[in-house]
Design a binder for this molecule. Structure first.
Ligand code: COS
Length: 381
């Protein structure tokens, strides 16, 4: 597929191959059915966890495989080719785990890692009805009282919410301190007062579930605070700086699948007495799709290698996320155009790629926010 693979180690090539096989033989066959249902196939998720796919980048000391960001990105691309919603489910559990690994105590890290490694799901709860891009203006409150925090508020568009076993909840512990008044908490599913609200009936990534998380007088002991009081916003930003890379990797998978479908179709579809692949109009579209795939993949590999060498580069990960998601969207649109009538039919896969691609330009920070982040880095002193 990619001559970039030549630069991968034997170990990474093996991981890529196994992930591809799992995605093609286990995930793709059920993708269409579950896309109609609009829920996460939990049995397959557990199977993926048993094989280590939910914990490739979790340190060995926490029970994960400790294989790093590049291994995880390779898997995300392969899973993204078969079903981006399923890939999102896995990476969203990791999105909830990362702030725990970054700021948690040993007990908190162990608690959360055990869940994710053994196939449990988890949710990162930042967004609220009135605070999406402007994450600093959340209104969920956590009040300290008698050795506990009492949390009240409502989170929305929370990935995995109905199936999660723990939630990382961002809340204000000081209403007057702006982003410095935000703290992060580890909240278990069975805490009284925590409930799951409206299930979002989404356009795409329908194997990933999304719902509101309601917190009504949820009491958590003081030791459920993650990191220091007032450092929650910083922690959320640090987490997103890292996880946007996985969005880019899944997007690369969508972009590649759109190209693969287009090539197969163009070689076999005959018009005016020859396959449409012979038409320069189609060839130029295919070439542009390939340029986007290779560029997105290069960015993902580069950023993942940076992470594995100990540097999470927020600017580069934002570039990768913005570029790869736009590549996925454009390639999916082009695949629908090339397959034309068949592209528009729900019987075939191209229209699903188009529906799945769009969210990658929206979640984990819209692509406008990625540009805010990139410009912020450019203009920093
Ligand atoms: N890493 C660590 N700290 C960061 C940071 C980063 N990447 N970005 C900002 N911060 C810190 C700043 O240093 C500042 O800290 P101090 O108070 O110590 O000075 C603080 O956070 C506030 O920074 P800033 O003033 O830049 O925050 P803004 O409210 O202007 O918001 C953006 C900045 C827009 C970048 C932020 O709100 C954002 O990322 N929004 C999108 C949220 C998102 O991705 N949501 C999706 C949710 S998950 S699906």
């Amino acid at each position: 597929i990619s001559n970039m693979s030549q630069l991968l180690s034997e170990e990474l090539l093996d991981i890529q191959k196994m992930a591809r096989e799992f995605a093609e033989t286990k995930l793709r066959p059920i993708s269409k059915e579950w896309d109609l249902i609009g829920d996460t196939p939990l049995d397959l998720y557990r199977k993926a966890a048993e094989l280590g796919y939910t914990s490739l980048d979790i340190p060995e000391s926490m029970g994960g495989a400790g294989l790093g960001a590049l291994a995880s990105s390779l898997m995300s691309e392969e899973f993204g080719k078969a079903d981006a919603g399923f890939a999102t489910t896995i990476q969203s559990s990791n999105l909830a785990l990362i702030p725990v690994l970054l700021a948690g105590t040993q007990e908190q890290k162990k608690f959360a890692s055990d869940i994710v490694v053994s196939g449990g799901l988890a949710s990162f709860c930042l967004t609220e009805p009135n605070a999406g891009s402007d994450a600093g203006s959340i209104r969920t409150k956590a009040v300290k009282q008698n050795g506990e925090y009492i949390i009240n508020g409502r989170k929305c568009f929370i990935t995995n919410a109905p199936h999660s076993q723990f939630y990382v909840v961002f809340a204000k512990t000081d209403m007057d301190a702006g982003t410095r008044g935000i703290s992060a908490f580890l909240v278990e599913r069975d805490r009284s007062g925590l409930s799951i609200g409206k299930h979002e009936d989404k356009m795409g990534i329908r194997l990933s579930t999304t719902a509101d998380v309601l917190l009504e007088n949820v009491h958590v002991p003081e030791d459920h605070l993650l990191g220091k009081e007032g450092r929650g916003f910083h922690l959320a930003m640090q987490t997103l700086d890292r996880t946007r890379l996985e969005c880019a990797a899944i997007s690369t998978g969508i972009a590649q699948r759109a190209l693969d479908l287009s090539i197969d179709y163009a070689k076999t579809r005959v018009t005016f007495g020859k396959p449409i692949a012979k038409l320069q109009a189609i060839q130029f579209m295919l070439a542009d799709m390939e340029i986007r795939c290779q560029t997105a993949r290069s960015l993902v590999y580069e950023c993942a290698r940076l992470v594995d060498s100990g540097t999470v580069n927020g600017k580069m990960n934002a570039i990768a996320k913005a570029y790869a998601s736009e590549a996925a969207m454009q390639n999916a649109l082009d695949a629908v155009q090339i397959l034309s009538g068949y592209g528009y039919s729900r019987e075939y896969e191209a229209e699903k790629l188009m529906r799945d691609a769009k969210i990658f330009m929206i979640f984990e920070g819209t692509n406008q926010i990625q540009r805010v982040v990139i410009a912020g880095h450019l203009l920093k002193d």
